[in-house]
Write a protein of this length. Sequence first.
Length: 109
Amino acid sequence: SEMGNWTEREFKVTGNSWDVNSSDISVAGFGWLSLGLKGRATLKLWTYDSVEVVLREPLVLDRAPFLERPGFWLPQTISDAIGNQSKVEARKKQQLDEEDSLMLQDVTV
């Protein structure tokens, strides 16, 4: 094939905070993505030999606030519904845990 063989590229990245971008990975003909992390990570990216991939310092340090909410790729109403569902499930779990705790207290008394 003209593009070469399908190969794996490995990048080791580090960061000091989840709140700022630590590094960018730029993929020729595709674009770039910014990574924000605290600690170390190893990333693997599969591309053709002929596609240049570069790890670089981030072009944009701060993130846009609208990207910081869960499900930012979804419409706001769907994201809100998922968030509300998660809250309801967490409350139910907490309530069950409290009931279990009370039952255990009754058994041990």
